[in-house]
Unconditional design. Structure first.
Ligand SMILES: C[S@@+](CC[C@H](N)C(=O)[O-])C[C@H]1O[C@@H](n2cnc3c(N)ncnc32)[C@H](O)[C@@H]1O
Length: 709
């Protein structure tokens, strides 16, 4: 069936699956994430009130992500235990605190005293336990540092301080440090120093602080032009971030902390950030409005943005002084321990802001059951199934069979086809020959028999399956159900079976996440030999769809493999942390039966994706693919986002990565080309971007990724 003349992606072949395997038998993919923050609850009951420790924003059904935790930005204070206990007891989960005394400048320490001098850090490492440092403190690097300053002394001082502070933070095993926003548009020296540090960094993440600003090109005259006629470039802080991370070669430990201000950029441009590695959103107290009762609240747009942050596991950090004067008598009173705790918590200056964030978090719709089930698969790359070349395992069939929505759609399609084929008056005298090709363990046989019962049509079924293991199950199913008179099992590849009679209806489900990627076209071309000339194929057609996406998470996961092969492979993945940059477009369509004289399943498509100017510039890490299948007439089934069949979980999208991310300037079109290529032993895709830049053609000759015939 296949030759070993091309590279098999070793280690994958056996664990490849299109759909989720039984999660009980799989290691949870989420456990491979480097860490989550905070890692574990604070452990020292002596100095803090334990009942206030780790106080997630509340319990939102199903959400166990990092966004349950809320931090607070603090000023420098050399009494770290006090700062931490005040904030933890005040209801926060972690602090973002300066590590170094802000007046310190390396050049002010003279050479003579340098050797003996002690750096002015906020206390010794012993003032907190290692677990406290790493679970509850994000280091805030001095905000005065300016590595691209024209002033040599300031620049050199900045470099020294940055290195000293990050070395100290590493020594403390902090999980993250907040880097100050680059001072100007030029940030090359800053990025160079950070990049050097990243090369030898432990697991610590560096959060680059970026204000969430984008002046809207058309609306904002103040930015576009000045009275003296000079044109000023509109500001988009995403560009600053993009330059910085390009300079740092998209390092996976470099991420973003967004400063959320009182005015927000357009919704479209905000969406870009969800594909970026945003770890925290710093919300300033002066971004809050005042509600009718005098308490802080956020505008509708801010609320929506925060819901997005929660959904994408981005942690909120509150920053600033209290700017609301709370109504007199708002402090809780009482005598019990709970009241004492509440009072203590209420003493935190910005507790009412935290309460409001907690309220927004709890207000979110709980995750539907299916989403909760799929949580561990979010952004986890899987190799697509090869159901033709490989024999699927029992647990893979079991997962298929749990998706009742899929079989309901098939049953509806078969019912409609039966009624169209046999008028009521012939129902009791005519037997319809129906063949399930690729019957697996029999769910489509069952759906077809149920359709016959529902419509009162008589059926003779052939169940054709090439996997001998599934055939064993088919036999026992037929016996168990007493279908011996109706169902004939054929253990054979449909492409070479010589059928004893022709079929009225051919039912199959050989669809991959990208429609044709499990070789349904090739199999059904072989099977249509035994379909009557006026016979019906269910599905009657299917179309793949594709759209460009920003997904730094997936890009970095592919990059981890450090080889070409992984950048030229399409993955099945439950897409989550991504920005969809343009609506999806149809790619390849296959129709069955196909009686054209020279059937060719090779395809080529050139697509142009447009994005509104107001989105701003963006980066494309790859393309998300989907399919939609017409089973029969108006009965369809698919995962294309705008028409997806609700509650169907058999397919995750497919992801075609790009070897190098492509920068697309605001308003510029993106041209993508894709080929479906067919050889004697394999089918594969090749793809590339041709505008605004030209990428290499990925997967030339199917050298990295192919589907075996
Ligand atoms: C995606 S599974 C679907 C199984 C089942 N119909 C269901 O819906 O659960 C596709 C099935 O088709 C079988 N298959 C794939 N290519 C085949 C071929 N050329 N001839 C016969 N069976 C094939 C596979 O072994 C597998 O059992």
């Amino acid at each position: 069936m296949k030759q070993a003349d091309f590279v098999i992606p070793l280690n994958w072949k056996n664990d490849s699956f299109r759909q989720i395997k039984n999660p009980k038998t799989l290691a949870n993919p989420a456990s491979s994430f480097p860490f989550s923050f905070p890692v574990k609850p604070y452990q020292n009951p002596e100095s803090f009130n334990l009942s206030k420790i780790i106080m997630p924003l509340g319990d939102n059904l199903g959400d166990k992500s990092d966004s349950r935790y809320c931090g607070v930005e603090t000023d420098f204070n050399d009494d770290m235990p006090h700062v931490l206990s005040y904030n933890i007891n005040g209801g926060f989960d972690f602090i973002v605190a300066p590590l170094m005394e802000p007046g310190y400048r390396p050049s002010l320490i003279n050479t003579a005293s340098r050797e003996s001098s002690v750096l002015p850090f906020a206390g010794s490492d012993l003032v907190l336990s290692p677990a406290q440092w790493s679970s509850h403190v994000v280091g805030k690097i001095s905000s005065w540092i300016d590595l691209d300053s024209e002033d040599d002394v300031l620049r050199e001082d900045s470099e020294t301080a940055l290195k000293q502070e990050l070395a100290w933070a590493s020594h403390l095993s902090l999980q993250a440090c907040l880097l100050p926003t680059p001072k100007g548009n030029s940030c090359a020296n800053y990025a160079r120093c950070v990049n050097q540090i990243l090369q030898n960094l432990n697991n610590m993440q560096l959060w680059l602080r970026i204000p969430l600003v984008k002046s809207d090109d058309e609306d904002d005259d103040s930015v576009n032009g000045t009275s003296d006629g000079m044109v000023v470039e509109p500001t988009d802080s995403w560009e600053l971030w993009n330059s910085f991370r390009e300079l740092c070669e998209h390092h996976s430990q470099l991420s973003v902390a967004l400063d959320v201000l009182s005015s927000l950029p357009s919704v479209n441009s905000l969406g870009r950030w969800f594909g970026e590695p945003v770890k925290a959103a710093i919300v300033h107290t002066d971004s809050f409005l005042t509600n009718a009762r005098g308490y802080p609240c956020l505008s509708k747009r801010h609320q929506k943005l925060l819901s997005g942050f929660f959904y994408f596991s981005i942690q909120i950090v509150l920053s600033g002084k209290a700017v609301h004067k709370l109504p007199v008598g708002s402090l809780p009173s009482g005598s019990g321990q709970a009241d004492n705790n509440a009072q203590q918590a209420q003493k935190h200056e910005i507790r009412s802001y935290l309460d409001y964030v907690g309220y927004l978090y709890q207000k979110m719709e709980p995750l539907p059951e299916q989403e909760r089930f799929e949580l561990g698969y979010r952004d986890f790359l899987q190799s697509p199934l090869q159901p033709l070349m490989d024999n699927l395992e029992a647990q893979t069939y079991e997962t298929f069979e749990k998706d009742s929505v899929k079989y309901i759609q098939y049953q509806r399609a078969v019912s409609k086809a039966l009624v169209d084929r046999i008028p009521d008056e012939n129902a009791s005298t005519t037997t319809v020959i129906l063949m399930v090709v690729g019957a697996g363990r029999g769910p489509l046989v069952r759906a077809s028999l149920q359709a016959a019962e529902e419509t009162g049509r008589k059926l003779k079924v052939y169940a054709v399956e090439k996997n001998p293991n599934a055939v064993v199950t088919l036999h026992s199913l037929v016996k168990l159900e007493g279908w011996e008179d109706v169902v004939t099992i054929i253990s054979c590849d449909m492409r070479c079976w010589e059928a004893p009679e022709k079929a009225d209806i051919l039912v199959s489900e050989l669809l991959g996440s990208f429609g044709d990627n499990e070789l349904s076209p090739e199999c059904l071309d072989g099977a249509q030999r035994f379909l009557k000339p006026d016979g019906i194929s269910i599905p009657s057609s299917y179309t793949s769809f594709i759209q460009p996406v920003t997904t730094s998470k997936l890009y970095n996961d592919v990059k981890l493999h450090k080889d070409l092969l992984h950048f030229e492979t399409a993955y099945v993945v439950k897409l989550h942390r991504l920005a969809k940059l343009s609506p999806s477009q149809a790619v390849f369509t296959f129709t069955h039966p196909n009686y054209s004289p020279n059937i060719s399943n090779q395809r080529y498509k050139k697509l142009r994706f447009e994005t509104p100017v107001e989105t701003g510039s963006f980066i494309v890490h790859g393309f998300a693919g989907y399919f939609d299948a017409i089973l029969y007439k108006d009965v369809h089934l698919g995962i294309e986002p705008s028409t997806a069949t609700p509650n169907m979980f058999s397919w995750f999208p497919i992801f075609f990565p790009l070897r190098s991310p492509v920068y697309v300037k605001a308003g510029s079109p993106l041209d993508f080309q894709i080929w479906r290529c067919c050889g004697n032993t394999k089918v594969w895709y090749e793809w590339c971007v041709t505008s605004p830049t030209v990428s290499p053609i990925h997967n030339c000759n199917g050298r990295s990724y192919w589907v075996g015939l």
